[in-house]
Ligand binder design. Structure first.
Ligand code: GLP
Length: 247
């Protein structure tokens, strides 16, 4: 059962997500964070950075982090490479060593092998203890578009035109500049994390949140796989919860 919590605003969502991540890292001693990019995790990252600045002895400095996905085809120094985004927006300020932040390698000559290596690296690190996740407007998680088999591990994913339109805001508003593919953790990978903290905010997510909550698990709706996980918390602000209230 997904534990759904509706919070008054984005900041409150960030505080609630930070509380859940702290519970995993500080109380349960989890050492491996699963990190997402996109705007949804922003308030959670901001709150964790605020707490870390107040008390740098919190145990985040010794954690490892694994990113959900990475675009294929961007130069290594491109500001939208997710490995750079996460360093800039979160891990650097948290005192997490750059070498402890792992992303799928989109430049590997053998991408299939890089995908297998990434899943193996997550397993070798002990598995993800707590994974933060956003939801795309078509119901994708990481870059798993509708129709992706739930059992799949890390793989090369094609971006749908709606996802490229959604992400154009990070590429001067031009969907054509958004890469056409990415290396993405599969739903099978994501479901192996021990706890999932899912964040959705704003009116634009209201319909997809309502669909998720009313849908049985189906590959046509990737986020519906969350129903299969034993420890999922879905944090919503009021606008994102609006359509679910009506259903
Ligand atoms: C991107 C990412 C996802 C993210 C989603 C939602 O495509 N690959 O991991 O959850 O979009 O993004 P946002 O949080 O900006 O709405």
């Amino acid at each position: 059962m997904i534990d759904v919590r509706v919070l008054p605003d984005r900041e409150a969502v960030g505080v609630a997500a930070a509380d859940l991540i702290d519970a995993a890292v500080i109380e349960r001693g989890e050492q491996v964070l699963g990190l997402a990019t996109g705007s949804s995790p922003g308030p959670a990252y901001a709150e964790l950075i605020r707490r870390h600045a107040q008390d740098p002895a919190r145990p985040y400095g010794s954690t490892h982090a694994f990113l959900l996905d990475e675009y294929v085809g961007l130069p290594p120094d491109h500001p939208e490479r997710y490995a750079r985004v996460i360093r800039r927006e979160f891990t650097e300020a948290m005192g997490i060593d750059a070498g402890a932040v792992h992303a799928p390698d989109p430049d590997a000559p053998d991408l299939e092998r890089a995908c297998r290596d990434y899943d193996a690296a997550i397993a070798a690190a002990g598995g993800v203890g707590v994974q933060i996740l956003g939801i795309g407007s078509d119901g994708h998680i990481a870059f798993n578009a509708p129709g992706t088999p739930f059992a799949e591990g890390t793989h090369v994913a094609r971006l749908s035109s709606s996802t490229r339109r959604d992400n154009a805001r990070f590429f001067d508003g031009d969907p054509e500049r958004v890469p056409v593919s990415a290396v993405s953790q599969g739903i099978g990978t994501i479901l192996r994390a021990r706890a999932l903290v899912v964040v959705a905010m704003g009116e634009a997510k209201a319909e997809i949140v309502a669909r998720l909550l009313s849908s049985d698990p189906t590959e046509e709706m990737p986020a519906s796989a969350l129903h299969l996980h034993p420890d999922v918390t879905l944090l919503l602000d009021r606008p994102a919860a609006r359509a679910a209230d009506r259903s």
